[in-house]
Design a protein around this ligand. Sequence first.
Ligand SMILES: *Cc1c(COP(=O)(O)O)cnc(C)c1O
Length: 403
Amino acid sequence: MTQEWDAGRLDSDLEGVGFDTLAVRAGQHRTPEREHSDPLFFTSSYVFRTAAEAAATFAGEIPGNVYSRYTNPTVASFEERMAALEGGEQAVATSTGMSAILATVMSFCSAGDHVLVSKSVFGSTISLFEKYFKRFGVEVDYVPLAELSGWEAAIKPNTKMLFVESPSNPLAELVDINALAEIAHAKGTLLVVDNCFCTPALQQPLRMGADVVVHSATKFIDGQGRAMGGVVVGRSELMKEVVGFLRTAGPSLSPFNAWLFLKGLETLNIRMRAHCQSALELAQWLERQEGIEKVHYSGLESHAQHGLAKRQQKAFGAVVSFEVKGGKDGAWRFIDATRLISITANLGDTKTTITHPSTTSHGRLSPQEREAAGIRDSLIRVAVGLEDVADLQADLARGLAAL
Ligand SMILES: *Cc1c(COP(=O)(O)O)cnc(C)c1O
């Protein structure tokens, strides 16, 4: 803001307030217009009163915006709110979730460094490491997510980073983040957690010892299937590097998308509670149905890591996966019989989605790789939205009837 402007009582006092209050109010700095809702600064550049002021701002001697690839007030509000919610010193917004991961690795890894990645990460994340980072001399190995001894054994003297997604997609496996952070730090490496599936409403990895959190804001942070974005959160000393990469390479977040995400964050916690409540009800119901061979949901007692999920997460997430009788044909018949739920691989939307991982999100893997990852042909993934749970259950019952 301009230096003469004093918001005084107009900016909220957020000393010691809770998560929901931060989600609604953190990061808003009112302008002289005294707007109540977050303003949208749709501008690529900024003007100066004098040449001297421009020179001092460009040199970083006085604070201020120069160009929206570097900083934008709406994007800055989103970053401040995300940092508050994740419990990190600083957040850096990016154009997509993938560019958040790109910026993180480009900031901390060089040719000759080694990175360990959990086996079941997002498909494009694997492609990014395999096709691109390897080409630039970064060594990459994959470790099963849950086994701490495997992580410890795989760390080499040049290991710079452990990269994990917990819970994993689509089987909801977990890793004990506290314990993995201890292992990483004992060996002098960084722990990066993709927190897309939980969001800070369910789990705050930085408070459990992780060094960096990355997000696809495209999912639950927007929460309404409208816009692409990402964010990286961590200590300022680390984020300085990420800011440097972003300013130079350019995958910065659009202010319009940042404005949508600010609005999305205001309802994040109540949305996540509703997603998780419906997902739990559907998982419990599915587990009792004939025709279902196995349900993968960490909120069920039958899940191998139910105890860890209860300790580590506030709730069990929106994604329910299950195996049906009849293999691939059965799974496809089930999916095709639904009428309400959308057939799409996206998640984190108000609208419930259904997908067949082995022929979509995991279709590029070989049959052996899929088997090793536990992605059977009979597996279906549902990302539970915000519709009436009775209507979702009725739609899944159509699927069951078609088996
Ligand atoms: C979607 C997703 C990403 C990639 O995010 P985009 O916004 O699509 O680039 C990364 N990680 C996880 C876990 C995701 O679900």
